[in-house]
Design a protein around this ligand. Structure first.
Ligand SMILES: [Zn+2]
Length: 115
């Protein structure tokens, strides 16, 4: 059973979450711009360029979806830090190891429950 997080460890992970959040917000802006460019492309003539822009559009769309999921997880993790429930597995209630959280600070489940 992993040990519960110390306040110092939570502080470190919070920093990670915050910088990850900033990075993600910048990346989402870029994705937003990319999908706007794709929309302009739709006026392009020719089947090939239309197919390309459709493909780009669906890539931008799925990237946007993945980013939105990640954003929700990061925001949720920060909320749980505020509430004092961060680092506890949502399924079994046991502590999530610091090692796991330093790789995935947004983890909501311990290594055992995640699989
Ligand atoms: Zn668990």
């Amino acid at each position: 059973m992993p040990k519960q997080l110390t306040p110092k460890q939570i502080e470190v992970l919070k920093e990670d979450l915050m910088s990850e959040l900033l990075r993600l917000e910048r990346s989402m802006d870029a994705t937003e711009q990319a999908s706007e460019v794709v929309e302009l492309d739709q006026t392009a003539v020719g089947r090939l360029s239309r197919m390309n822009s459709l493909q780009n559009q669906s890539m931008a769309k799925s990237l946007k979806e993945r980013e939105a999921v990640k954003l929700a997880l990061l925001v949720d993790a920060l909320k749980r830090i505020e509430q004092g429930t961060y680092g506890l597995c949502l399924k079994c209630g046991g502590p999530v190891s610091f090692g796991r959280l330093s790789v995935f600070p947004e983890s909501r489940e311990c290594a055992r429950c995640a699989f």
